[in-house]
Design a protein around this ligand. Structure first.
Ligand SMILES: NC(=O)c1ccc[n+]([C@@H]2O[C@H](COP(=O)([O-])OP(=O)(O)OC[C@H]3O[C@@H](n4cnc5c(N)ncnc54)[C@H](OP(=O)(O)O)[C@@H]3O)[C@@H](O)[C@H]2O)c1
Length: 324
């Protein structure tokens, strides 16, 4: 089969990522072989490609070179074969989910990381959901988001944020999205009640307080975020890309967790899980029309480098997807 391969870390996608002929992956008893139709690209792809921040290399990604030879994870496609212990899916089922090596014609995926794809989405739209949509859902749930609460989504125009705005609205929250000037209209169209352009307005000057802050972009200082949070409010740190080469901002998340027991606010971080349960819940929101993946653009697998570069440059409004 044809697949993207990567045998070393590097920051130039043209130099590091190539398309080659490789063997189809084998499946174990609990796995499903998926014929991939489309695969999502996100900042996680960039982290896998560069091996940065360095701390991630100590957590199983490979110290000197990547342990996974293909940086893709989110996917949508059709079940080709199932392992002997899998009874929930059958060949021919249309699925979405995440697993190793999704930038390929076939991927072997644990069955408990796959779910039926929403009937009203294309494969391209479906491939955008598993990583970013599940992260947004889990972050808002971790925050205990309730109807009527004031929710601030920092990084509302990106992959995770475009889902977070819609899911928070579906949960009945009053949503403020934060993004840069060129994307204000996009975040408005996602359904945000208010949009703050961080290039012209401070979200953390204390003039507005929020019950929930989902911090996905910008890596603001903790004291600044706390100033924008209700005294009993909840902060969930999802990510941010200005946090340094070694820890990538994880030190900020850790500080939030450490001081949380000593303050009235609840401060935490999200480590998202790849699980069918989140995909099932998202399917419900998608099929009822509450959530629609926002696709910025697609790239063919042969131009995977262009897709990663587009994401790294911060240009997407929503999600980037590779077609296989
Ligand atoms: N914790 C987890 O389990 C988990 C899971 C998935 C992703 N992540 C992390 O979450 C982060 C976002 O991922 P993504 O795929 O959504 O990335 P993305 O599509 O590149 O989106 C990044 C967002 O950050 C915004 N942003 C950049 N600078 C900002 C600033 N100074 N102030 C406010 N917003 C700013 C961007 O807005 P503009 O484009 O308008 O500037 C954009 O909306 C990454 O760090 C990723 O590694 C974490």
């Amino acid at each position: 089969m044809r697949a993207v391969v990567q045998d070393r870390y590097g920051s130039d996608p043209d130099a590091v990522l190539a398309v080659a002929e490789v063997a189809r992956p084998a499946i174990g008893a609990d796995d499903v072989l998926v014929r991939v139709a489309a695969a999502g690209v996100d900042m996680g792809t960039w982290h896998c490609m560069t091996g940065m921040p360095y701390a991630m290399r100590l957590t199983g990604f490979g110290l000197r070179s990547p342990s996974a030879l293909n940086p893709g994870r989110g996917l949508a496609g059709t079940v080709e074969a199932v392992g002997s212990s899998v009874s929930s899916l059958s060949p021919g089922d249309e699925v979405y989910g995440s697993g190793d090596g999704s930038f390929a014609e076939y991927a072997s995926v644990p069955a408990d990381q796959l779910a039926r794809k929403p009937w009203n989405l294309t494969f391209v739209q479906s491939a955008a959901v598993p990583i970013s949509g599940a992260t947004a859902l889990q972050a808002l749930r971790k925050a205990g988001t309730q109807p009527g609460q004031r929710v601030l989504v920092i990084g509302a125009s990106g992959g995770v944020g475009s889902f977070a705005v819609q899911i928070a609205k579906a949960m009945g929250a009053v949503v403020t999205g934060v993004c840069s000037t060129p994307k204000v209209d996009f975040v408005e169209a996602l359904g945000a009640d208010r949009v703050v352009d961080y290039l012209v307005e401070d979200v953390d000057d204390g003039s507005q307080e929020y019950d929930v802050i989902i911090d996905i972009g910008g890596s603001r200082r903790l004291p600044d975020l706390r100033r924008a949070l209700d005294p009993r409010g909840t902060l969930v740190i999802v990510g941010g890309e200005t946090g340094g080469r070694w820890l990538g901002g994880f030190d900020r998340s850790l500080r939030a967790v450490l001081i949380s027991p000593f303050v009235g606010q609840t401060l935490g971080l999200l480590a998202s899980t790849e699980e069918a349960a989140s995909l099932d819940d998202l399917r419900g929101m998608i099929e009822s029309g509450q959530v629609t993946p926002a696709i910025d653009r697609t790239f063919p697998m042969a131009d995977v480098a262009g897709a990663v570069r587009h994401v790294e440059e911060g240009r997407p409004r929503g999600k980037v997807v590779i077609t296989i």
